[in-house]
Design a protein around this ligand. Sequence first.
Ligand SMILES: [Zn+2]
Ligand SMILES: [Zn+2]
Length: 341
Amino acid sequence: MRGVVFPGQSGVEIREFPDPIPGPGEVVVRVRASGMCGSDLHVYRSAAAAEPAKLLIQGHEPCGEVAAVGPGVPAQVASVGDRVMIHHYWGCTTCQECRSGWPQLCSTAEPRVPTLNEHGAHADYMKIPAIQTIPLPESLSFSTGAALGCGTGTAWGALARLGDVAGKTVAIIGQGPVGLSATMFAASLGARTIAVDIAGNRLEQAQKLGADAVINSAGTDLADAIRDLTAGRGPELVIETSGITAAAAQALEIVATWGKVCFVGIGADVTFNTRDTLRRQITLLTSWTLSTVDLMRCADYVDRNKLPVDDLFSHRWTLDQAEEAYRWFNKQSDGKGVFEA
Ligand SMILES: [Zn+2]
Ligand SMILES: [Zn+2]
């Protein structure tokens, strides 16, 4: 089968790999959609690999159909032909974190993660533990299932961390795929949403997905603009998706008294002085992806509310176009891409 690897320095190779064969408790999924995620770019842009022969297949937003089932997998867990999302981490299965649906936080073993220490999904097939497959509702497309498995699911996870959002004002800083998904969910859940970005095309997309107000922070003082929109109070809830240190500082600056800030973007240094923050009674949260149970809830919510998750994808590619696709994605000026088969 084909698999996409990143040899480093923004290179892309499509290599031949042996077709995977499922062992006990495993399944092989025929990948029908494999999303491109911002975190791919860290590997894509990295220095040349020390051992090019050992490179792992990239892609960690898979969705597809079960193609083969290994020994000992009960039919109710997975059968050939099932349409499945994939919760793309697996751990020891028995610790508290694994049992509660958070194998990515496994406390007894290093979690297995496609692209980090297992082959990923930019391939024709992918082998995973059967238990990590999650049924894809019939009306949802494979590309929607792929988005829910990482970027869009990450937004759902952040809103789950923030708790009750209905009737509150939520500012979402950064309108990449995760931020746009957060805008879509928060609006659907009954919040008043303020979408913030420096790119006009992303803010237009945010409006289509339900943003009540948008702010282009490139040419405006964000704190002033937010105060104007919130009668001087600031938003009760802020989600920071950019991972940029200056944006994280703005999130702390704009949040209302008694408000909550949830940091989702990776890479920001978050610092604050208690003199400035102590009397505002704020709560700071971090959020990383979502649990298996929340992935099921998220898919169910998207299905029942007919949310346009597929609209997040501005570009659709085939695996053979991987080099061109990542050259486009590396500019980070546009929407989100997915490989389909
Ligand atoms: Zn991702
Ligand atoms: Zn565990």
